[in-house]
Design a protein around this ligand. Sequence first.
Ligand SMILES: [Zn+2]
Length: 431
Amino acid sequence: MAFDLLITNAVLPDGRSGQAIAVSGERIVAIGPDVAGEAGQTIDAGGLLVAPPFVDCHFHMDATLSLGLPRLNQSGTLLEGIALWGELKPMLTHEAVIVRALRYCDLAVSQGLLAVRSHVDVCDDRLLAVEALLEVKRLVKPYLDLQLVAFPQDGYFRSPAAARNLERALDLGVDVVGGIPHFERTMEEGAASVKALCAIAAKRGLMIDLHCDESDDPLSRHIEVLAAETHRLGLGGRAAGSHLTSMHSMDSYYVSKLLPLIRESGLFAIANPLINITLQGRHDTYPKRRGLMRIPEMRALGIPVALGQDCVMDPWYGLGGADMLDVAHMAVHAVPMTSREAIRWAFEAVTSVPAAVMGLQDYGLAKGCNADFVLLQARDTIEAVRMRATRLAVIRRGKVIARTQPRQATLDLPDRPASLDPSSYAPKAAE
Ligand SMILES: [Zn+2]
């Protein structure tokens, strides 16, 4: 049998080595140690990791790459970021949003990031960002799956036009219902917004993903309402709570009641470590809180937790580079969770878990799946996180769409090697 593409001598994320992956057309047709045959193109993975593409299930593509427009966030807080975005919004143009989003998607592809769930602000009556990102979604479809969330940034109730515009955005083809209950005027209105938004998702048969309790306030408990409504309306498996940073500061007895409720509801949880560690704790003197949800305790209960990027060079965060290994690396440090098992999990939390959050079809390394994968300059998933490894090749539907030269240093040292490959430092006896 002749294949279109054959990858040989690969290590898979589950640790199996010496594997070959055969592709015909846009699909994986065989995977295993004994797969061989003629192929139009063969790539020798050289004993390095081949993984399914990275997935970012929490992002803001309407704001990305706008850092400094119209000014910088001086306090570093979420609230100044929202105010700054409010100053920028009237100056946005359809074309400028598209240009920035497409540039971001180029960067994402180069980093093996081939699926993104982006919130898009619907509070502007023009729905300018919505229309621009729907256009971007169409343009990038051949190489990147973009899923859009109708996000009432200024509050579903607090912003006068948000409720109407959210429905308009969904009518235009935005995929997911969004919300921000902690930004409503009162706890009661926050809870009411969760209920109203869950009802919209149930009525329209859509997924829902709410920014929830993104604060250091231990009494911000909208996640409780979201879990209860998800349970009541049967939205489990298509509902997500994003951020949940107040959980970091909650009373531990209350959390012992809350986590089983989340588990029972079937909610996904999405932490955004780069942003949570920098936006939260800003009013603290010392010690400064980390602001991440309680990931180890949630995992122990079987709650599916994904890691998102949230922001890249925008009013909330001046750094970032479409690198989901950066996100996993930060989670390992900021939580902290440094066991070998937890670092392996952090890799899943930027690949297979967010793919489930987004409901991606035919994702993964198995016969019949889309031929989408990334060759990394790393021996396994822990090494990939440790080094935030170079993406040597990015394959979409069986075609190589991005390549990066391997990192390789040359040395000029007495009695030492002349060159250095960072992936050769993989520990031999760590397991
Ligand atoms: Zn967000």
